[in-house]
Design a protein around this ligand. Structure first.
Ligand SMILES: Nc1nc2c(c(=O)[nH]1)N[C@H]1C(S)=C(S)[C@@H](COP(=O)(O)O)O[C@H]1N2
Ligand SMILES: [Mo]
Length: 226
């Protein structure tokens, strides 16, 4: 008999707690405005922007659909502390930066976008680059790779973007992250970034670089190897 009373009491207390929790929750929801899907902006500080739809999708394996619940960004190679971050850790634990930058593809088209994201140099600093590290090799979900000098990334505020024109990157544009490789040809703007690997391999060549495109990829020089 005593057992039955105890069980009944426990059930009642549980019901009471969940009821208050639920009403409390409903009350809060009623007061908090619901976020609507943000809309892509077309102009920023007087400058006309291109749209996320203005890109020619020609990635080596087509658009990648990254499962964000299992996604991890690795910072690896010649660092004191290799790290692995979730999407939320990258975007909530680092200062965000915004900049209008134009992507120029070797095919002759370009797109001017307001990018927003975190600085690659902040992520690298958190892992502590070793003295031998000279190059950063970026890896992507589709197997694509490209590399850039560590110095270029540390001396410039190079953004790894999760937003373009105030919306989250669409899957075709590289969600969760695209490198905004300012002043470099489009093939350095790696999409669907999964790993930032510090290396001493100054001769490393990424996917297009290995197929004849300049490893410097400076916009003001040609894109074929001299
Ligand atoms: N992972 C990955 N990133 C990539 C590519 C790719 O094939 N795979 N293509 C590159 C090239 S050549 C360009 S011009 C830019 C923009 O390509 P998009 O128009 O297909 O978005 O993404 C770059 N980043
Ligand atoms: Mo390109």
């Amino acid at each position: 008999m005593r057992k039955v009373i105890v069980v009944v009491a426990v059930v009642l207390v549980t019901l009471f707690i969940s009821a208050t929790a639920l009403t409390g929750c409903t009350g809060r929801n009623a007061k908090t405005p619901s976020e609507l899907e943000p809309v892509e902006i077309t102009e920023y500080e007087g400058q006309k922007l291109s749209s996320a739809d203005d890109f020619r999708e020609n990635s080596i394996k087509g658009p990648q659909y990254v499962d964000i619940s299992s996604y991890q960004l690795e910072v690896s190679g010649l660092v004191e502390n290799p790290k692995s971050y979730s999407y939320d850790e990258v975007t909530s634990e680092n200062q965000h930066y915004k900049k209008v930058v134009t992507l120029d593809c070797v095919e002759g088209w370009s797109a001017t976008i307001l990018w927003e994201g975190v600085l690659v140099k902040d992520l690298i600093a958190k892992s502590g680059p070793l003295a031998d590290a000279k190059v950063v090799i970026f890896h992507a979900h589709d197997g694509y790779t490209t590399s850039l000098p560590l110095e270029y990334l540390m001396d410039n505020n190079i953004i790894m973007a999760h937003k373009m024109n105030e919306i989250n990157l669409p899957p075709e544009r590289g969600f969760p992250f695209q490198l905004v490789a300012e002043s470099k040809w489009g093939y350095k703007w790696i999409k669907w970034v999964t790993e930032i690997e510090l290396s001493d391999d100054v001769d490393y060549r990424g996917y297009w670089e290995n197929r004849g495109y300049s490893n410097d990829a400076d916009l003001d020089k040609g894109f074929f190897e001299r």
